[in-house]
Design a protein around this ligand. Sequence first.
Ligand code: AR6
Length: 179
Amino acid sequence: MHRIRVYQGDITQLAVDAIVNAANSALNGGGGVDGAIHRAAGPQLMEACLTLNGCPTGQVKMTHGFELPARYVLHAVGPIWQGGDHGEADLLASCYRNAMTMAAAEQFQSIAFPAISCGVYRFPPDQAVDIAVRETVKALASNENLEDVVFCCFDEAMAERYRQKLHVPQGGSEGEGSA
Ligand code: AR6
């Protein structure tokens, strides 16, 4: 049975088939979750990323996880929020869709997403959570293999947004989604 859950903490600690990175289009590292993933994965991750010739916004490219507990990293490039009329919602949806398509192709059983674009790229979090949940639920309907989809949030406020959207009891650190 498919499970969607909310986890508050550091995505680099999760032993899943793939964690998703909120990368930039040069795939050359940065701050936020991207920086944390590169630090935890070790220098081989940067070497691997720099062979990929970047990644357009809305697209996803895959590397190994190297020293991470996760086997793979799906580098997704979210849109920079520019007011909402520059295709930001579609581009963010495309990140989730493409990551879920890749997870299906690779027959992953587990995947963890950070809140793509919700940090320095300033995407409004409520709208981002709507998009993340909508696209993953849609993709799960045609994926028999994926058993564990984790929305990993660094901070409590963001975790609570996902719990509300997924109807997980308030304050629960983890739980089943019913969206
Ligand atoms: N685990 C889980 N979530 C995290 C972690 C972590 N270790 N660290 C931060 N977050 P951001 P963006 C949350 O800024 O907005 C980079 O420099 C954070 O609280 O990492 O897509 C890239 O190179 C927030 O909710 O990503 C790009 O240039 C969410 O992750 C740019 O930032 C995303 O925040 C991408 O910006």
